[in-house]
Design a protein around this ligand. Structure first.
Ligand code: C5P
Length: 414
């Protein structure tokens, strides 16, 4: 079910006795890393309370089309656009009929009309209602109209709540979730947790001044997007930047190197791949003046003290992520310095770029880099940071998967 991580699932619940199982479905989907928003029909409200589903999904439950308060939070069109997929479980015969007729008589039916997301139904009804020609014709209509964007999960056959025996029982929540997961393609980082540091750090001199650098954060943010696209759960630990974080990352805003270190340490034990793309200040003022430093004389002395090395601390941590990647921005002897840092910081790979070139690097949208590992190196010619990020993520994922394979291989010598 790893494919469900980061996915946005709009779970529709219509009014059938199987609605009590939807609570378990929400729990399974959220546990698999999906974000779930529940939409209930008026009928469903008779069977299960929104409060239960709100507690399990961690999101407000929607059930009224013309509710000013709900519309102010997330309007129905926004909700329709938000969904990667609409799953309706249980889907009653009545709801199926309304969907087939294209009705927008309440919130759930309106959302199905207003959304481009694929729709999957887990039917639940009496076996006679399931077999009814109208129900079957309605399902055929939906299949014809929506093509690949429509699917049925179940129903199961067996003893029904009404005492009948036959097809019409809703599938078990775990089976519904597994069928839904199969509809999403797995990426090279599906099921993996990735932590990325990005941007500059700011080291305070006094309440109004700081030491920093020109890092824009663009490379790290592009890596975060590429890792998300590859299926990972991404935590982006960012210094102050002017760009927006990709949707769906867990963003941790930091200011100083010390903050960034603390945020990184909080991820240990929960990280497979750590990518240190931040331009961390090597030094910080030894003392931060309590009040604004006043003009005095022609020269002033500031004593700087060394900052902790975040990526080296991560690489030497007892809960070290499987793969740790560093970056090296150099102005000369790029190869020598990069290889030196690879070894001294105990990294698996290091991405080196020549920041003496004005056409690439720090504030540019393009970059050209060399990726070093202990076994060799690979050149990436100048390209957009987003394309480069995709290629680098591919290389990091390969390294991660090879290492994890080696770690799990049985020792044949024993
Ligand atoms: O030693 P240098 O700063 O050139 O190393 C660059 C690499 O080390 C980058 O990956 C950067 O994010 C990381 N780094 C760090 N903490 C520091 C300094 C650098 O994580 N204090």
């Amino acid at each position: 079910m790893q494919q469900l991580a980061n996915k946005r699932i709009l779970l529709g619940i219509s009014g059938g006795i199987a609605a009590y199982k939807s609570a378990e479905l929400v729990r399974i989907l959220t546990k698999a890393g999906a974000e779930v928003r529940v939409v209930m029909t008026q009928g469903a409200l008779e069977f299960i309370t929104p409060l239960t589903l709100q507690a399990l999904s961690g999101n407000p439950v929607h059930h009224t089309l013309l509710d000013e308060e709900a519309e102010a939070g997330m309007g129905h069109i926004e909700l329709a656009r938000w969904a990667d997929v609409i799953l309706i479980a249980p889907a009653t015969a009545d709801l199926i009929a309304r969907l087939a007729a294209g009705m927008g008589d309440e919130l759930l039916t309106t959302l199905v009309l207003a959304s481009k997301a694929p729709v999957f139904l887990a039917p639940a009804m009496n076996q006679q209602m399931w077999a009814a020609p109208t129900t079957q014709a309605n399902l055929q209509t939906l299949a014809d109209l929506k093509g690949d964007d429509f699917g049925l999960f179940g129903p199961d056959a067996g003893v029904q709540a009404c005492g009948d025996v036959g097809p019409g029982r809703m599938l078990e929540p775990v089976d519904i979730a597994a069928l839904l997961a199969k509809r999403f393609q797995a990426g090279v980082l599906t099921g993996k947790k990735v932590v990325i540091t990005a941007g500059p750090t700011r080291e305070a001199l006094d309440p109004v001044r700081y030491i920093s650098n020109h890092s824009s954060g663009k490379m790290g943010y592009a890596l975060a997007q590429a890792a998300l696209d590859a299926g990972a759960q991404v935590t982006l630990i960012s210094g102050p930047v002017r760009i927006a974080a990709p949707d769906r990352v867990t963003l941790v805003n930091t200011v100083s190197a010390q903050d960034m270190l603390e945020a990184s340490m909080a991820c240990m034990g929960e990280c497979d791949l750590f990518i240190a793309s931040a331009a961390v200040a090597d030094y910080r003022p030894a003392d931060v003046a309590k009040h604004k430093i006043k003009k005095a004389g022609d020269d002033i002395q500031i004593t700087l003290t060394k900052n902790p090395d975040i990526v080296a601390t991560v690489a030497n941590h007892e809960q070290r992520p499987t793969t740790v990647i560093g970056f090296a921005a150099e102005t000369n002897d790029v190869d020598g310095y990069a290889r030196g840092k690879l070894a001294s910081k105990r990294l698996d790979m290091i991405v080196a770029n020549d920041v003496s070139r004005s056409d690439i690097g720090f504030n540019s949208d393009d970059n050209a880099v060399t990726l070093y590992s202990r076994d060799g190196h690979q050149d990436f010619e100048r390209m957009s940071k987003s394309l480069l990020a995709t290629k680098l993520i591919q290389a990091f994922a390969e390294r991660l998967s090879n290492t994890q394979l080696l770690q799990t291989e049985p020792d044949n010598g024993q």
